[in-house]
Design a protein around this ligand. Structure first.
Ligand code: G6P
Length: 604
């Protein structure tokens, strides 16, 4: 996730305003940033790695001349956070500057085509193809706006783009899947990935839709559909949010906002670069002995991965909580060992100690993280960035489902490489993975109200038990962790109802069963009946239309059909994240700021 912004003002310098807007978008990314403005037919650019404050201290982002410009704050996904990879990116002649949020899937082929035509690239980013494409079309005689349109038509993937030209007093923006909004003020027109960027200057907002391009001038804006160039009339609407509320896009807490961001984050994980997935699959395949090492939520992703690797690829692995690793597995490590460390922050002290120890023992280190440039990315032989964007809520939500998505993709590839999954089956599975973001959207749309109702009803429970069999043991454990982290209600998670649990349950206990329509799910029906006799309230996550569970459970939350148990953990965790969130709110707590917990535990 990155943030883009910019403006065309009637008067006065744009740069200080863009700088302020970037500060308000910093929650979208903060490993590097930059600005470009136009004045007197010249393009001015400043950019560097570091937070906005650091870059401003070094370069002064406020003294670029001109009344129009663009800005970017980055969260690296393609290419390390370095000065050359920071946005804006320019064409060969430094006439065109571009900022971008999203992932251009076909950038490699476009880059090759443009290099053959003589274009010189400076960065490793996918974005840089855009200024060169526009330049190419302009060289062939098109005017700026037509060239932008033709260039944008060539892009596959996701983007919110802003394009500036040294000889123009207008800026072209476009959107597909990544957010883009305009702000229409008295002093000019603003645009950004998100409303807080320009909210102090105007609250008159126009939302740009997928497949639309906008030409922004000091007087106004013209929206057109890119495909057939139809003009689109859309009037500004008034936004009554405070800046603080707008940063959470109107959600009362970051955690809820991030739960709702999951469909978009999951789509990002499906656009990972082939070569990284391929390379990591190769290392996983060759591993004589494979350890999956992580803490907390990331450990639950590892636990799910051990089922995925085993069931889809017949590859056994050991999921280990990082703090347990050195003591218990250290002596066994050697050149044949491979450690796949999973850490959204890439900085968790226990995970890094395990990794450093294993590296000293000549083990191969692989990493999955959300932060390019984190210590884990420096220690790993190969790493994959899970592309979730910064997560502010302390309780991990979107980073967990993104990790699951990356790990499922790896398991499918591993299965294919090892000859355990045929081509057709592999393609079907990947096809299903692409449907998961839509399924999560369905779950959010259809079940959130229901979960709120249940949270109200069960928030007073004295204890919770979570049950999930097969791969959904990870779902049960993660559901329990969410509730513990933000509601402090004593909770346990198990695969099945064990007899000794019956000794302390009663009417003040709520049991949550993760029951997809699979063998492991069905096995839980008897357990439900058993525990219900002790007065426990039964809440079950079931596939829609599954009447068998309906009869036994007190309450059900319905989930869409998934063809395979291995694909259920992503949609099934979503209602449990919501349940923890709404119970926390019901109990008058702040889910964004759990007691005694920090986002990243960097000390042991
Ligand atoms: C700590 C936190 C957990 C978090 C875990 C892993 O244990 O309390 O909430 O899930 O670290 O964090 P990571 O950044 O490594 O994924």
């Amino acid at each position: 996730m990155c943030g883009i912004t910019g403006c065309v003002l009637k008067e006065g310098p744009a740069a200080p305003l863009i700088h302020e807007s970037l500060k308000r978008l910093e929650y979208r990314g903060y490993d590097s940033c930059g600005e470009a403005t136009v004045d007197g037919g010249r393009l001015y650019i400043k950019k560097d790695r570091g937070t906005i404050d650091e870059v401003h201290r070094r370069l002064n982002l406020d003294d670029l001349p001109g009344r129009l410009g663009i800005g970017h704050t980055r969260w690296a996904t393609h290419g390390a956070p370095t000065r050359v990879n920071a946005h804006p990116h320019v064409d060969c002649d430094m006439q065109i500057a571009v900022v971008h949020n999203g992932i251009i899937e076909n950038f490699a082929e476009l880059r090759m085509e443009l290099e053959e035509l003589g274009h010189k690239f400076r960065s490793k980013t996918d974005t840089e193809v855009v200024p060169h494409l526009v330049e190419e079309y302009m060289r062939n005689g098109m005017d700026f706006v037509d060239a932008c349109r033709e260039a944008i038509k060539r892009l596959r993937g996701s983007y919110a783009l802003a394009i500036l030209h040294a000889g123009e007093s207008r800026i072209v923006c476009a959107r597909r899947e990544s957010p883009l909004v305009l702000g229409v003020g008295e002093d000019g027109v603003y645009f950004a990935s998100d409303i807080p960027a320009f909210l102090p200057y105007t609250n008159r907002v126009v939302f740009i839709e997928d497949g639309e391009m906008v030409v922004v001038t000091e007087e106004g804006y013209e929206i057109r559909r890119i495909s057939d160039w139809t003009p689109i009339e859309r009037r500004p609407q008034l936004i009554e949010w405070s800046v603080e509320m707008a940063e959470r896009r109107g959600y009362p807490h970051f955690m809820l906002k991030e739960i709702h961001e999951q469909p978009a984050c999951l789509r990002n994980t499906l656009r990972l670069r082939e070569e990284y997935l391929e390379l990591m699959t190769k290392f996983l395949d060759r591993a004589e002995e494979l350890f999956l090492v992580a803490c907390g939520t990331s450990y639950h992703a590892c636990l799910a991965a051990s089922y995925l690797f085993s069931k889809l690829a017949c590859k056994s692995s050991h999921p280990v909580i990082a703090s347990e690793f050195i003591q218990n597995y250290g002596r066994a490590l050697g050149i044949g060992s491979t450690i796949l460390a999973v850490s959204q922050s890439g900085e968790t002290a226990d995970t890094l100690s395990a990794v450093a120890y294993a590296r000293d023992k000549a083990a191969t280190i692989l990493g999955i993280t959300n932060v390019v440039g984190s210590t884990l990315t420096r220690l790993a032989r190969v790493y994959i960035c899970q592309q979730s964007g910064p997560e502010i809520g302390v309780a991990a939500t979107k980073t967990y489902t993104s990790q699951l998505s990356v790990l499922t993709q790896l398991a499918i590839r591993l299965g294919m490489v090892r000859g355990k999954i045929g081509h057709v089956e592999g393609e079907e599975l990947v096809d299903w993975l692409w449907r998961i973001p839509g399924k999560v959207e369905e779950v959010l749309a259809s079940q959130e109200g229901r979960v709120m109702e249940l949270a109200r009803k069960y928030a007073g429970s004295e204890r919770f038990l979570f049950f999930g069999g097969g791969i959904n043991l990870a779902t049960a454990m993660e559901g329990r962790l969410k509730l513990l982290e933000i509601s402090y209600i004593p909770s346990l998670a198990y695969a099945r109802v064990e007899d000794y649990l019956l000794g302390f349950v009663d009417g003040a206990t709520t049991a949550v069963f993760v029951c997809p329509n699979t063998n492991s799910g069905k096995r839980l029906i008897d357990d439900m009946t058993l525990i219900r006799d002790y007065g426990v309230s039964i809440l079950a996550l079931v596939e829609e239309g599954d009447d068998e569970v309906h009869e036994v459970a007190d309450e059900v939350i319905e989930l869409p059909h998934m063809p395979l148990e291995e694909l259920t953990p992503i949609p099934y965790i979503v209602p449990l994240q919501l349940l923890a969130y709404y119970i926390s709110v019901e109990r008058g707590l702040n889910p964004d700021k759990p007691r005694n917990l920090a986002k990243s535990v960097t000390v042991k």
